[in-house]
Ligand binder design. Structure first.
Ligand code: PMV
Length: 341
């Protein structure tokens, strides 16, 4: 039965961003969205994207309202493409209104695509009548943005690249719960002069696959590094974890920098933050802080709560950081009551 306008089916899902500890960078099958390598992330508390999707027989096209404003152009098109996938799977022919709100600055490089597409996958699939498991939701979300596959889950999350060409063994899962390492926190240095992203990550990473001479070396190193990091996290071995985090981030940056044309995501301020961490660790004689960044200028500084005062002192001379967010590992995505705001 076709629903009338007032009973247009809707659903609301709320999803967090995540920060990759071992990066996903490169897709081996663009149609199925299968990554070259497995990745590992931590889901972040407090930051959230909340999305309501309402399929409506009266709508002549999909409509996106982002943070209270009607959005056109590329963001609306990306949402419409994702909704096409949901329509294809559910058999629905209806267009949808998507209302999405971030409780953190959009396009600030804070991985709003991960939380955004995870939230869209949750809300759109349920509103379309699909009742998906978390694993199925994650597999759907990755078609919007690869990193979104991890934001469905909380705590420490592994996205296994799999080996099969049909992608059936490519799946994300929760590895360890948010409370696994209560001492660990992520101090995010939100840099003031972060430039807007010029090239979408999905496009930039394929340029790295094609042109970066460092890409194949990375493929050989990243699997063993992920195993070592998984084990360091399990053992709560901070020295090993922070070292591996820095090694991974530096390698990821190297792949980007050697891409043609080069991909340079950092600003002078970001580089100052990285240098401060290296100085602090050298002075401490062990790794007391680890850093990482995505395809953006903000830097995530992982440390133990007891080391926070020392880290803050080391960062004090750096002028270009707009603010710091202290975040812990948090829960994954969840459904909220069905509502239309
Ligand atoms: O999910 P995408 O397509 O926005 O790409 C994410 C790429 C990185 O953030 C750099 C790495 C990752 O694993 O999240």
């Amino acid at each position: 039965m076709t629903p009338t306008a007032h009973e247009a089916p809707s659903a609301t899902y709320e999803a967090p961003p995540n920060i990759a500890l071992i990066k996903y960078w490169g897709v081996r099958d663009e149609e199925l969205h299968l990554p070259y390598n497995s990745s590992l992330s931590v889901t972040l508390e407090r930051l959230r994207t909340r999305t309501t999707v309402r399929f409506d027989p009266l709508l002549p096209a999909d409509r996106l309202v982002l943070n209270g404003r009607v959005a056109d152009g590329a963001p609306r098109e990306a949402v419409a493409r994702f909704l096409d996938l949901v329509r294809e799977r559910s058999g629905s022919k209806l267009y949808a209104e998507v209302r999405s709100r971030n409780n953190f600055p959009t396009a600030s490089g804070m991985a709003s695509s991960a939380s955004g597409f995870a939230a869209l996958a949750g809300a759109a699939s349920r509103a379309a009548g699909l009742d998906l498991t978390q694993a199925e939701l994650s597999a759907l979300a990755r078609f919007g943005s690869g990193s979104a596959a991890r934001s469905i889950f909380g705590g420490f999350v592994e996205w296994d690249a799999g080996r099969r060409s049909d992608g059936r063994d490519c799946r994300a899962r929760a590895l360890l719960p948010p409370r696994h390492w209560p001492e660990l926190l992520d101090l995010v240095a939100v840099v003031a002069d972060a430039p807007a992203k010029e090239v979408r990550s999905a496009v930039a990473m394929q340029a790295s696959v094609r042109t970066s001479p460092a890409f194949s070396d990375r493929q050989a190193a990243v699997g063993p590094r992920l195993s070592r990091m998984r084990s360091a996290i399990r053992r709560r071995d901070s020295d090993a974890f922070f070292r591996l985090l820095i090694e991974e981030c530096d390698e990821f940056r190297g792949v980007c920098e050697r891409t043609v044309p080069t991909l340079d995501y950092l600003t002078d301020t970001s580089r100052e933050v990285l240098a401060a961490v290296k100085g602090l660790n050298a002075a401490a004689g062990e790794a007391v802080v680890g850093y990482t960044h995505d395809a953006g200028a903000h830097v995530h500084l992982f440390t133990l709560r007891s080391e926070l005062p020392r880290l803050r002192r080391a960062l004090r001379p750096i002028r270009g950081v707009a603010r710091y967010w202290s975040l812990r590992p948090g829960p994954g995505g969840r459904y909220l009551r069905t509502s239309v705001r």
